[in-house]
Design a protein around this ligand. Structure first.
Ligand SMILES: Cc1cc2nc3c(=O)[nH]c(=O)nc-3n(C[C@H](O)[C@H](O)[C@H](O)COP(=O)(O)O)c2cc1C
Length: 168
């Protein structure tokens, strides 16, 4: 055990593997380019003003398109949409056009919106900053759609065994 962390890294890894949090499909567009991937590293960070943080891996196709984009579209998916979520978590836009394999429509600020979403919002990217092997994208929600009830959503325990299209 590393005397400087007293097993903190191991405990943290175990705890985070046991947590069950909602998963999101995050999509974006810049010019003629569209991209999207499955994302677990997110958090609301403020109420007034409303703020939400999305962590994107530098290795993902989505990260490259997001670098040229002003907005991200953040979707929650019903548990019935595991095939769709698998597409966005296991395939990479480097080699697969995921947008020909799912139903979506153009939404606010030019963002692609998944037809199957249980709820979604579009956020303007206020800041990007290093958070480790991911880059934090701080969002200001500017549009969205929320039902009365979200129902059963896809959460980490549903997708923890997927093979990501890119290593983190
Ligand atoms: C359970 C799980 C959680 C993931 N969480 C994130 C995440 O928080 N951020 C991220 O950038 N990628 C995350 N990924 C990885 C991407 O969804 C995956 O590598 C995807 O294929 C990348 O697609 P792209 O190259 O088209 O962007 C996750 C994948 C899985 C299976």
């Amino acid at each position: 055990m590393d005397e400087h962390n007293d097993g903190g890294a191991e405990a943290f890894e175990k705890l985070t593997s046991l947590l069950d949090y909602p998963m999101f499909v995050v999509m974006t567009a810049a010019g003629d380019h569209r991209s999207g991937c499955l994302v677990g590293f997110t958090s609301q960070t403020s109420i007034h003003p409303a703020r939400f943080l999305v962590g994107l891996s530098r290795k993902n196709h989505t990260f490259g398109v997001a670098a040229d984009a002003d907005h991200l579209a953040v979707h929650l998916l019903p548990r019935t949409e595991l095939d769709l979520v698998r597409l966005f978590g296991e395939k990479t836009g480097d080699t697969t056009d995921k947008f020909t394999q799912c139903a979506w429509h153009p939404g606010p600020r030019g963002m692609p919106i998944l037809d199957a979403a249980a709820g979604w919002f579009v956020g303007r990217v206020l800041r990007r900053f290093d958070v480790g092997d991911h880059v934090g994208h701080l969002l200001e929600p500017v549009a969205g759609s929320a039902p009365e009830n979200l129902g059963d959503l896809i959460t980490f325990s549903d997708v923890r065994d997927l093979e990501p299209g890119h290593e983190a």
